[in-house]
Design a protein around this ligand. Structure first.
Ligand code: AMP
Length: 294
């Protein structure tokens, strides 16, 4: 364990248990923010929200190999612990948990968590092992950090639903009691969702990527003005995305927000989630918007 400025940086589960136990003895509640590091203002917004509610705020920084497919960017995923510690400090966090792969996956710990159905569609269809990796590592991180509340971004909407299912079905007491809080997506002033992967984008890619926000905005506007046909809403996203030839669309869908299930026509009381995944050169970007139908 090391103390940098006012931040404690721990690397083992045992250290986390000690830190959390000491904080609880002093009456603190515990908030946590699981991340893969290379922190930006999206992460900082979660840390700030956690700091406003909890005496101890633990930010985990772990680039989790099991949620990357064999052809994905695990090796080149951006990493910078010093910079991340700075972001955590400025946002009011108290502890960074930066475990090694061996610490998170000790020899013999080979069980994985699979949440059926919702893990298999959309992101799960394109990245078949991704959500098993996510559900498993988040469960293990919760065991290590033992939070009362964990904060996630709506940016990864499908992930938040899977984590809620994982918590609700967990037989591990420290995991089953965690409150999962989802907070809004932080965007650049031009609308692009903040993402650690934005560093991969060239200036041109960055301009091209703005079409994602435009497509989501056009579909949301259309839904608010009374268009409830899934087909029409999806077509408007596809038409907008097609204006930028460099963008390859993986999916652009309008689905029911709680379940991500398809529905031909939405109706009053529904929440529609618009979800887009594209590739731009070697970079994959996802984003979404949720609209409540009056
Ligand atoms: P990551 O480091 O990308 O795994 O993200 C860690 C957490 O930060 C997840 O809960 C993400 O949904 C959240 N997050 C990532 N980008 C944003 C953003 N632009 N706005 C809000 N939360 C975000």
């Amino acid at each position: 364990m090391s103390i940098k400025r006012d931040i404690v940086v721990g690397t083992t589960v045992a250290e986390m248990h000690q830190i959390v136990a000491a904080a609880r003895l002093h009456g603190s509640t515990v908030g946590c923010i699981p991340t893969m590091g290379y922190l930006h203002d999206g992460h900082a917004s979660l840390i700030r929200a956690a700091s406003a509610k909890h005496g101890l705020v633990v930010v985990s920084i772990f680039v989790n190999p099991t949620q990357f497919g064999p052809q994905e960017d695990f090796e080149r995923y951006p990493r910078n612990l010093e910079r991340d510690i700075h972001v955590v400090t400025n946002a009011g966090g108290s502890v960074v948990f930066a475990p090694t792969v061996e610490e998170m996956y000790p020899t013999g710990a080979q069980s994985t968590i699979h949440i059926p159905h919702i893990s298999e569609i959309l992101e799960g269809a394109v990245r078949p092992t991704h959500f098993d990796g996510v559900a498993t590592v988040v469960s293990r991180l919760f065991e290590a950090m033992q939070p009362d509340e964990a904060f996630f971004g709506q940016k990864d909407l499908q992930q938040t639903l899977i984590i809620k299912h994982m918590v609700a079905s967990s037989s591990i007491p420290e995991v089953g009691k965690v409150t999962v809080t989802v907070l809004p997506t932080q965007r650049e002033p031009n609308g692009l969702a903040r993402s650690s992967r934005n560093v991969y984008l060239s200036v041109k890619d960055h301009d091209d990527a703005l079409v994602i926000y435009r497509a989501l905005s056009v579909a949301s506007h259309l839904a608010r003005s009374g268009e409830y046909s899934k087909k029409a809403l999806e077509q408007t996203m596809l038409n907008t995305l097609a204006t930028v030839p460099a963008v390859t669309v993986e999916y652009a869908v309008a689905v029911e927000a709680e379940t991500l299930q398809t529905k031909e026509f939405f109706q009053s009381g529904d929440e529609i989630a618009f979800l887009i995944a594209v590739t731009l050169g070697r970079t994959r970007l996802i984003d979404n918007m949720v609209v409540a139908v009056d």
